[in-house]
Each structure stands twice: as structure tokens, then as C-alpha cells.
Design a protein around this ligand. Structure first.
Ligand code: FES
Length: 107
């Protein structure tokens, strides 16, 4: 099992178990993490799953997917170099311990 820690804008942290093969967005939704809306269900059409990958993990989560950059432009919160659509980050064993920060707003 892979563990992912979600950090809210106020600094509160929640660590959950994630299944390999799921996305970070699916993990957040299934575990009731506040701050990830995922209105399009992972089709890369809403940007309400925007998150900031912790700097220490940015290399391990890889590059943004094709089209992700354009969708991120629609995100409600400030974009940062580590901004990702959490629906496009696939959970693998290499991401055990991943830390993801949530933005102030999603819509
Ligand atoms: S869930 Fe809509 S873009 Fe990720």
C-alpha cells in the first residue's frame, strides 16, 4: 500500500492509503479529502483537481501530461511550477510517501 499525505492550505495534514493504479484525485475523493472536487471525473476537463506536488516529490511525479498545461490555465488558484491536475498523477509504488498540497480554491 502506498501512503499519500494531503496538506490543506491551513497546514493540516491527512495521510491516507492509496491503491497503485488509482490516480491521486481518485485517492482523495475516495478518502474524503476536502479541497479536491474533480467535477469532470478525471477527464482533464475541469481543473478542479488542481494540486501542488511537494517540491521534494516534483521529479518523481513526472512531467505534466499532454493537454494538462492548457487545463491548468483554467485553475481557480494561483499556478506554481509544481501545479498538477491530480487526476493525471498515477499512484505507483515509487510514490509511497508522496506529499500533495491543496490550493486555496478550486472553482
Ligand atoms: S478531475 Fe477534472 S481535470 Fe482532473
Amino acid at each position: 500500500m502506498v501512503q499519500i499525505t494531503f496538506v490543506q492550505p491551513d497546514g493540516s495534514r491527512t495521510t491516507v492509503d492509496a491503491s497503485e493504479g488509482a490516480s491521486v484525485m481518485e485517492t482523495a475523493i475516495s478518502q474524503g479529502i476536502a479541497g479536491i472536487f474533480a467535477e469532470c471525473g478525471g477527464a482533464m476537463m475541469c481543473a478542479t483537481c488542481h494540486c501542488y506536488v511537494d517540491d521534494a516529490w516534483a521529479d518523481k511525479t513526472g512531467e505534466r501530461e499532454n493537454g494538462e498545461e492548457d487545463m491548468l490555465e483554467c485553475a481557480a488558484a494561483e499556478l506554481k511550477p509544481t501545479s498538477r491536475l491530480s487526476c493525471q498523477i498515477r499512484v505507483t509504488g515509487a510514490l509511497d510517501g508522496l506529499v500533495v498540497h491543496l490550493p486555496e480554491e478550486q472553482a
